[in-house]
Unconditional design. Structure first.
Ligand code: GLC
Length: 645
């Protein structure tokens, strides 16, 4: 809606900086198209706040400044992306998350490893948090003490920019994190608050007594119940309580204060101008708090994200937002936007549900819960996409809906217990993981462990069994194949491409020993990774298979995510299958989660007249004929089938 006062505001702000910026007509269109909506969303959150008016002006000024200083190269890339339309849906993008230091020794030397990643087929790097974070209280970089300074242990800002330039030359994309929900207690804002500065105390949720903390905690679940129970921390220096949902050194930012929003959007836009293609918004489910609620997934959190999206659209339209909302499926979906904002909130969200259900199927050899969950997951907007993944730096949560567990005939409590036992290696299971975040009150727990260890490779090596090694590699490939083919932008986790097993050395480091997620965050030993190119080694088998999967994904346009998927009922509870299609191609993907051969009726896959069909299996790279009643799959096998025309 056209609002004359907003036009005046823009004229005034532009006049003040004596700018020719609005001569750039694309920017002019973007700001005029979005400003009324930005104001409307801003007012939904802040209209009654005494600092609302000044903050709104600052917000608009920060958007215009970011747009003005956006490097020309990035503006050109924005334009190219706009032309492509929803560029992140492509089957030709495959990502990897990695720590610059643990993977390559730092940002400078990471540039030397781009070739290795290219060989694998990776062209999007999620470089795990690089901004300054205190060494012994960093939560892997998710406790930031300076949003604009690269932590010395990784290098410096110039090295990050140089790396980004190299990556652009190689047509690689960059993803970085913004830790939006909280800062480190060593951030300048927190230090000022501790020194008694009222203005900065309002940047956090701070209280003089336990009244509000008690009220909040009645409904707030513990996130790290073992090491950081409760959601508030006492500050003896100022005799106050501060909200700390995660660790006690991570102070939650108070987004009910518009000054905080303005500061954080300014950081977002500054990061956009570093050349970030996808901004991973850390923990967005937590960014708005209200007494009496779980303080997760609140409607205002969505308004905040919609606001961020509109600001980014004006200043850096090529940057996509990824919501790291690892919550129940019905809530995850909302981060794509709903109602008027359908498809207008975050472009990407993690498919944490599918990820967890892959692990569910692997442990139970039963794909029904995964299958029952699909209709809900398929409701995402066509313009949005998932991050699909099997492992990341975090634990595996088992928070999918109980209803589907019942539907498959299991009791959720016992079912989850079985999974936990399986992944910590009980009951003769070959998996080697550990429980993370066990909550004695609720009985909940999540799972840590590397892809290879959870798939049995660590155990297979212990008992030195060729057969078990083969089986674990087959499982690794099965899991990765599902992530790569099921629709979304796939994000691998570094080390998994060569089968790193758990690293227990974190136990000797006091800054990490309390957090077993470090067991699956390896320090890369390049002598080991070099074996990826030595025929016959385990590293080579895993690397080559992963490389082939990626190549296949990139080769077949059906794997671009245009919501072009439907799941099949295979009639065999061990086998999951879905069809990916375009107007002129139909590919059927099959995944056998059984540790023995499985039979699937041809008719379940290709209809009643399937008999005699000539087929291509792209994965096995062979032709076959649909003879007999059944298609027979080996243990943990996959197939990518197309009917010959
Ligand atoms: C996100 C990160 C996780 C971190 C948490 C708190 O979930 O992925 O590693 O511990 O946020 O910042």
């Amino acid at each position: 809606m056209y609002q004359p006062h907003l036009h005046d505001l823009i004229d005034r702000l532009m006049g003040k900086t004596n700018d020719k910026l609005l001569a750039n007509s694309s920017l002019q269109l973007r700001i005029m198209a979005n400003i009324a909506e930005i104001e409307q969303l801003f007012n939904q959150l802040y209209s009654h706040h005494p600092k609302a008016k000044g903050s709104f002006e600052k917000l608009i000024s920060s958007i215009l400044t970011a747009a003005k200083t956006r490097p020309v190269k990035m503006q050109e890339k924005d334009a190219a992306k706009m032309k492509l339309g929803n560029w992140y849906l492509s089957n030709r993008i495959v990502g990897m998350s990695l720590y610059a230091d643990r993977f390559a020794g730092g940002l400078l030397t990471l540039a030397d490893k781009l070739e290795y990643l290219e060989k694998l087929g990776v062209n999007l790097l999620h470089i795990m948090p690089v901004f300054e974070s205190p060494q012994n209280e960093s939560d892997g970089g998710y406790a930031v003490s300076n949003y604009r300074k690269v932590d010395e242990k990784f290098g410096d800002l110039l090295q990050l920019q140089t790396l980004q330039n190299h990556m652009t030359e190689k047509d690689m994309y960059l993803m970085l994190d913004i830790v939006f929900n909280h800062t480190s207690r060593q951030h300048a804002w927190a230090k000022a608050a501790l020194a008694g500065d009222k203005n900065y105390q309002d940047y956090f949720y701070m209280y003089d007594d336990r009244g509000m903390p008690n009220a909040f905690e009645q409904a707030m679940p513990d996130i790290f119940p073992e090491v950081a129970p409760g959601s508030f921390t006492y500050l003896p220096e100022i005799n106050k309580w501060v909200m700390t949902v995660f660790h006690n050194y991570q102070w939650d930012l108070n987004f009910t204060n518009p000054q905080v929003l303005v500061e954080m959007i300014d950081v977002v836009l500054w990061m956009a101008n570093l050349g970030v293609d996808i901004l991973r918004i850390d923990a967005p489910a937590f960014i708005w708090k209200k007494v009496g609620t779980s303080c997760q997934n609140l409607p205002e959190a969505h308004v905040l994200l919609q606001l961020v999206r509109l600001c980014v659209q004006v200043a850096a339209p090529g940057m996509a937002l990824l919501a790291e909302a690892i919550v129940q499926p019905s809530e995850i979906m909302k981060y794509f936007g709903r109602n008027n904002y359908f498809g207008q909130e975050c472009e990407l969200a993690y498919n944490a549900t599918l990820m967890a259900l892959q692990w569910d199927a692997l442990a139970t050899k039963d794909v029904r819960i995964m299958q029952y969950s699909q209709p809900e997951l398929q409701q995402k907007p066509n313009t949005s996409t998932w991050i699909t993944y099997t492992r990341c730096h975090d634990d595996i949560g088992l928070g999918y809906a109980d209803g589907y567990i019942y539907q498959a005939g299991f009791v959720p409590y016992h079912h989850r217990n079985h999974l936990k036992n399986y992944y910590i290696g009980n009951d003769d299971s070959p998996a080697r993981g550990a429980l993370f975040g066990s909550n004695p009150k609720s009985g909940d727990a999540r799972i840590s462990g590397s892809l290879a260890s959870l798939c049995g490779l660590e155990h297979a090596l212990e008992i030195n069994s060729e057969a078990e090694i083969k089986k674990s590699i087959d499982k690794i490939i099965l899991m990765q194949a599902m992530s790569l083919f099921s629709g979304g932008l796939t994000m691998l986790f570094y080390g998994d491409e060569v089968g790193y097993t758990n690293d227990y050395s974190y136990q000797k480091d006091s800054g990490k020993s309390y957090d077993n997620r470090w067991m699956h965050r390896p320090i890369i030993n390049w002598a080991k990774n070099d074996k990826a190119f030595v025929e016959g080694t385990i590293e080579n088998q895993v690397f080559a298979a992963t490389q082939n999967l990626i190549a296949l994904r990139k080769r077949l346009a059906v794997f671009a995510d245009h919501s072009n998927i439907y799941w099949l009922q295979t009639g065999n509870n061990h086998v999951a299958a879905f069809v990916r299609y375009t107007a002129d191609k139909k590919i059927t993907c099959l995944f056998n989660f059984n540790d023995a051969g499985s039979y699937v009726r041809w008719s379940a896959l290709f209809g009643h007249d399937a008999y005699g069909y000539e087929l291509t299996d792209y994965w096995a790279d062979k032709k076959l004929t649909a003879n007999g009643e059944f298609y027979i799959m080996d243990a943990y096998a996959i197939a990518v089938l197309e009917q010959e025309k």
